[in-house]
Design a protein. Structure first.
Length: 120
């Protein structure tokens, strides 16, 4: 493996790690709400498997195209996780729970929406 290939693999490993951190952070946010934990964990598992399959299919693309594809996958994961977070309806759980959910949604928007816009 030459230096360029090694550098490429390191950059891709770092990018994948950052993507996993985004998903993990969203999972942590949603674990605050017991009703959401199972559907979100199922989504994360399915999404990770699909991402790996897509990633393996990118092997023949030039480095720059692979990096763009990885950014697109990260943005898609962020958007889907946010949709799950926003879809949760804590209305029957009491005012404190509703407020807590609103705070979690705001945190998600600030952390991930802004990052996704900058990454694009």
């Amino acid at each position: 493996m030459d230096r360029q290939q090694l550098l490429h693999r390191c950059r891709m490993a770092l990018a994948i790690n950052r993507l996993e951190q985004r998903i993990d952070h969203t999972l942590d946010q949603c674990r605050r709400f017991d009703q959401m934990a199972e559907p979100l964990e199922t989504w994360a598992t399915q999404w990770s498997t699909a991402t790996l399959e897509r990633w393996l299919n990118l092997d023949n693309l030039p480095l720059e195209e692979r990096e763009k594809a990885l950014v697109a996958l990260a943005l898609q994961a962020t958007e889907e996780a946010g949709a799950i977070l926003r879809a949760y309806d804590p209305a029957g759980a009491g005012q404190d729970h509703v407020l807590f959910h609103q705070v979690a949604c705001i945190e998600w928007e600030q952390r991930h929406r802004a990052r996704g816009t900058r990454a694009a």
